[in-house]
Design a protein around this ligand. Sequence first.
Ligand code: A3P
Length: 289
Amino acid sequence: EDADYNKICMKFEHLMETIPKGNGWREKHLYNYNGFWLHPNSIKNNLILHTYFKSQPSDIFLASAMKSGTTWLKALMFSTINRHRYSFSDHPLLHHGPHSSFPLLDFETHPITDFTHLPSPRLFATHFPRTLLPSCITYSCKFVYVCRDPKDVLISKWHFMSNHRSKDLPPLLLEDAFELFCEEISDYGPFWEHVLSYWRASLEFPEKTLFLKYEEIKEQPELCSFENLSNLEVNKKGVEKFGKFLEVENRHYFRKGKIGDWRNYLSEEMRKRIDGITHDKLKGSGLIL
Ligand code: A3P
């Protein structure tokens, strides 16, 4: 095992010296690893997943680009899979933030957690695009993917990243975030390639990939609504720990939960630019966002 980990460390160091670097949102830099912009830790964690993670065919993955509705879908998937296990009056989601309901694999460091004790089907979340996941996962496991209007993703991400931005850096202006997003430099971006990686899989393996749109699920009233979840004490005051280093207050996962909040931020010119990119990128894919 240690020899494997040494190899990972050497590969990681080599990558850091050789792969392209761009401006970061939360920290100074993001790195382009196999076509996607990632925080250095995510690149190392990705190498760790490829070496150590053992999937089971019954595993179900929630995949999403950041700020597309991950928190919401986590709550929905957890409550659906466990619908016979818990009653509404004493449901874990009343006392724990949705993020603690199942693990986000992207933050797995060495030594990787042993997930064999989890009940089947095991649930995992990831922000990695499909092309960066180990093939043991993409070949055998099921996926739920949630996507969202990129304009709302941009605004949500800008707020979230501004809240968590390193204090050593100047504030991230919306204009700069917009420019980086359009140039496709943002954590786990390019956004459009991310969506397409799962969209194509949903066409190729429809029985394995459930492709959802934030806007469509929003139309259906349900138990895990923004209003219900965001008003729980645990989601107003609680803190979620990701891996060893990252802590996020749950309230940051519940900002507005609206469709079209971008209208309060983007000019007509900015809207046109993003919609133009979306149109060009998704042309011929059959997907409309
Ligand atoms: P806004 O910033 O536009 O409000 P993620 O969970 O992928 O990090 O995405 C966060 C976004 O989903 C935030 O969007 C947040 O408010 C919204 N959200 C969180 N819980 C939700 C829910 N139950 N229903 C709808 N939207 C929700």
